[in-house]
Each structure stands twice: as structure tokens, then as C-alpha cells.
Design a protein around this ligand. Structure first.
Ligand SMILES: [Zn+2]
Length: 239
């Protein structure tokens, strides 16, 4: 008989940890910020698209939802920001869920629907041991998407894949060869930059490349403003 407790213990623990972190970090608050600051995205009907629109339309390979981006940024900034002494800054890590559109066409796009915090500290890692079980766990959380990769932070040392990151990501790509790694430098977030790099390893497994990305319907100015809002709330409440 199938039931919830049939997941191996380590996955139950992971799920509990994610739930506890989401609560402790107040990650649900990003929904309010999105409603207030970003508003409901207007659906554009095809009739309103002009030829000019089509000419300037750039297809980015990765589309990150504002929710996923703000949750990741909030997790990262909680553990590394200008109000904390630099020596105490630590990395954070989490999982990404989402999906893929127009697969294997020139218009292929991976969409990152959500970010799930897993850990923070000096030696953070999250290994996918069994893609199937991970995916089932997220179905249990009423998320119809699958694990499309992972994200972690590089406080003040820019987004890239270190040798350790490369090794970790290689394992993600053995489960799904299109898996992505998002690296965020929370100190790089500015009105001009989301502070993220999105990476994937080449087929030869020798090197990696950066994918083009955007945050869906969000400008870097609006992203920066939203992030400032919750940083302000955090440090005004704490002091
Ligand atoms: Zn790293």
C-alpha cells in the first residue's frame, strides 16, 4: 500500500527541512510583494502583437518566475548582506522546480517556477540521489513541476561554477541532461542586475556555459526595489 511514509527517511527529513525554512525565512511574503509591487501580469493577446514587437522579441533560454527569484534572493540575503559582518556571510542552497517548453526546437525554454530552500552554512550541498523520489516529493507539495536543477549563492564573489559546483552539477545532469545551476551573488543585486548566472555543462563534460535568462515580467529595477522592501522590513523589525 502506497502512503506518505514510504519515502526513505532522508527525503522526509529534506521535505520537513524545506517546510521549516520556508516558514522561518518568511518566504510566503514574496507573494504579497509580487501582488503589491509587480501586479498581475497582463496576458497579451496575439492580435495586439505588432511586427515591431516580433522583431525585438528576444527568446531567452531560461525564464525565472518572480516568485522563484525573490525567494532565492531573500534566502541568500538573509545570510549575507551589508548589515552582517562579511566574515559571517555564508552560502545558501536550494532546489528549483519548473519545466520545459518547445523542447528540442530553437524556441526551447526552461521555466523556473519555484525555489525551495534546503540549507545554508559553510559547506552546503544538496545531492539528488534519486530523481524519481525528489519529483514525487514535489508532487506531494502540489507542485506539478519537476526538479530542473539547483541554486546556490556566492556572496560577493560573482556567479560561476567552482570545481565543486561543477562536480555537483554533473550529477544533476546525469538525471536530466538539461538541468541548470543558478548561482546568485546577493551583493551584486542592483537596479541594473539580478545578480544571477545560469549555467550548464557541455556534452564533453569538460567545461560549462552560461544560458541567457530573464525574470518573467520583472525589470531589474523592480526586482531591486522589491528586495529592498523586504530587507528594510527585516532590519527595521530586528533592531
Ligand atoms: Zn559555488
Amino acid at each position: 500500500m502506497e502512503n506518505e511514509s514510504e519515502f526513505p527517511e532522508q527525503y522526509e527529513k529534506l521535505l520537513k527541512k524545506i517546510e521549516a525554512l520556508e516558514k522561518a525565512l518568511g518566504l510566503h511574503e514574496v507573494d504579497d510583494i509580487i501582488k503589491e509591487k509587480i501586479g498581475v501580469k497582463q496576458e497579451i493577446s496575439e492580435d495586439t502583437i505588432t511586427e515591431d514587437d516580433l522583431q525585438i522579441k528576444v527568446i531567452n533560454e531560461i525564464v525565472i518566475s518572480p516568485k522563484a527569484y525573490l525567494k532565492l534572493a531573500k534566502h541568500a540575503l538573509t545570510y549575507a548582506n551589508e548589515n552582517i559582518p562579511k566574515k559571517d556571510w555564508v552560502e545558501i542552497i536550494g532546489l528549483l522546480t519548473g519545466g520545459i517548453k518547445q523542447e528540442d526546437t530553437p524556441l526551447e525554454q526552461i521555466f523556473v517556477e519555484d525555489y525551495w530552500p534546503v540549507d545554508q552554512g559553510d559547506a552546503v550541498s544538496v545531492e539528488i540521489v534519486d530523481q524519481q523520489i525528489f519529483t514525487e516529493i514535489f508532487h506531494k507539495k502540489n507542485d506539478e513541476h519537476f526538479i530542473i536543477g539547483w541554486a546556490h549563492s556566492h556572496p560577493s564573489y560573482t556567479p560561476f561554477l567552482s570545481d565543486d559546483d561543477f562536480g555537483t552539477h554533473l550529477r544533476y545532469q546525469t538525471f536530466w541532461n538539461k538541468s541548470i545551476a543558478i548561482v546568485l551573488d546577493p551583493l551584486m543585486i542592483s537596479p541594473k542586475s539580478f545578480g544571477v548566472g545560469v549555467f550548464r555543462i557541455h556534452k564533453d563534460k569538460e567545461s560549462y556555459y552560461e544560458l541567457s535568462s530573464e525574470v518573467d515580467g520583472l525589470s531589474s529595477e523592480a526586482g531591486y526595489e522589491s528586495i529592498n522592501l523586504f530587507m528594510k522590513n527585516k532590519y527595521e523589525t530586528d533592531s
